[in-house]
Ligand binder design. Structure first.
Ligand SMILES: Cc1cc2nc3c(=O)[nH]c(=O)nc-3n(C[C@H](O)[C@H](O)[C@H](O)COP(=O)(O)OP(=O)(O)OC[C@H]3O[C@@H](n4cnc5c(N)ncnc54)[C@H](O)[C@@H]3O)c2cc1C
Length: 385
């Protein structure tokens, strides 16, 4: 191992893991690995959690974000069920509350088409109830009177991603995890002859470990490609807007086609989000922000009077089939992948940490990871040919 003496702390006799990427996914994995006894080093090209993870709105939308039953819906629900205990544990470990709010999401229908689509979900979705306009206006009386009704999803809670990642950082530091910021990983290193991944190359030089975990979000594929694994992961830009009203207008998250409004504990609301494939360009545009504001007012007319707080954008790690890549790939022993969480990385952080921790310690993961196998990227490539 080539980790410097000051980084070693108590690392000498423990297995060492390097996690590439300090977003919510890398951090949740490092936290689980730390609990399992690994000495962890997180390496990030930027400062702590400055990419997708802190751009997110923090909805834990297992019900609102999925469009059909199946393994991905089950994965989302499994993670959702961990959230309350996970955030409590993180708060106890870090002294910082991730601002978990146990209030559900209302998916409001503003047109007949929306209503039909949302009602059709009642055939398979769990923990959902259709509320007619009158019942909906009773629980959220600032909603536009033209609302037709909505799907009430009481278990789709929320968290504040900025506070979640701060809480994870503090919990990791207390565990003794070494965090290296502003340190781009240039390359995954392989052991001569075996092809096993044994470390990473960084501006500080080569660092070696028993296990390398790739959690580099939208940037992941550039690191696996030289190993022969071309992951179809690409950046999908999302822009958001934060506004504040004198008194809170809503207590539930409101979601309609093309817009959601998430009320936060500090009295602000996050309004999101656009979805554009524009490479790695993260610039926020006035047009997109103005469209978001228009949509928010359509849903909640008093948003017209709200005070401007801020705007930002982030790059979701999109995948061709919409599923993340989780687990090992036989072409590169010593490497575990956890990337491509697209719109749901905040929701999926606890279950991702758990299953990667289980794989790292030789335990059969509690979720069947077959649908998320990295090797499917190769099958996709040969089909495309
Ligand atoms: C506007 C918006 C709203 C969203 N809302 C929600 C929501 O409400 N609920 C939800 O569940 N999800 C939401 N998401 C999705 C969620 O944010 C992502 O799925 C999640 O953050 C992905 O986490 P990550 O750790 O994989 O990626 P990131 O947070 O992008 O972290 C990857 C890290 O890897 C680092 N990195 C990359 N390459 C290298 C390298 N070569 N060397 C070292 N470090 C490297 C990056 O600097 C970065 O810090 C939203 C996303 C956006 C953009």
């Amino acid at each position: 191992m080539n980790i410097s003496t000051s980084d070693r702390r108590n690392h000498s006799t423990r297995s060492h893991a390097i996690i590439v990427g300090g977003g919510v996914i890398g951090a949740s994995i490092a936290y689980e690995l730390g609990k399992a006894g690994f000495a962890c080093t997180i390496i990030d090209k930027s400062g702590w959690s400055q990419e997708a993870s802190t751009a997110a709105a923090g909805m834990l939308g297992a019900q609102s974000e999925t469009h059909h039953p199946g393994p991905f819906y089950d994965l989302c629900r499994a993670s959702q069920q961990l959230y309350s205990d996970w955030t409590e544990e993180l708060e106890a470990a870090s002294g910082i509350a991730p601002q978990y709010i146990a209030k559900g999401i209302v998916r409001a229908a503003l047109s007949e088409e929306d209503e039909q689509e949302l009602r059709s979900r009642l055939d398979w979705i769990q923990d959902a109830e259709w509320l007619d306009a009158q019942s909906l206006l009773q629980i959220e009386n600032e909603l536009t009177p033209s609302v037709r009704g909505g799907l009430y999803l009481p278990k789709d809670h929320q968290v504040h991603p900025v506070w979640l990642t701060r809480s994870l950082r503090a919990a990791l530091e207390r565990q003794g995890c070494c965090v290296k910021e502003w340190a781009p990983v240039f390359k995954l290193l392989t052991a001569p002859g075996t092809g096993s991944v044994c470390g990473v190359s960084t501006p500080e030089g080569e660092l070696y470990a028993d296990l390398v975990v790739l959690a580099a979000g939208a940037w992941s594929s550039s690191l696996t490609e030289p190993l022969g694994l071309k992951l179809p992961i690409f950046p999908v830009k999302g822009q958001c807007l934060a506004l504040r009203t004198e008194a809170p207008l809503i207590s539930h998250t409101l979601f309609t086609k093309g817009c959601y409004i998430v009320p936060k504990a500090d009295g602000s609301c996050i309004i999101g989000a656009t979805q554009v494939e524009a490479g790695f360009d993260k610039r926020a545009t006035a047009t997109a922000i103005s469209v978001l504001h228009d949509r928010a007012q359509e849903l909640l007319p008093r948003m017209a009077e709200a005070e401007f707080v801020s705007t930002w954008s982030g790059l979701r790690p999109g995948t061709l089939d919409g599923l993340p890549y989780l687990g090992a790939w036989e072409g590169a022993p010593g490497l575990l992948l956890a990337t491509g969480h697209f719109r749901n990385g905040i929701l999926l952080a606890p279950i991702t940490g758990r299953v990667i921790g289980q794989l790292a310690t030789g335990i059969t993961p509690e979720v069947d990871l077959t649908p998320y196998a990295p090797a499917r990227a190769l099958a996709g490539a040969s089909q495309a040919l």
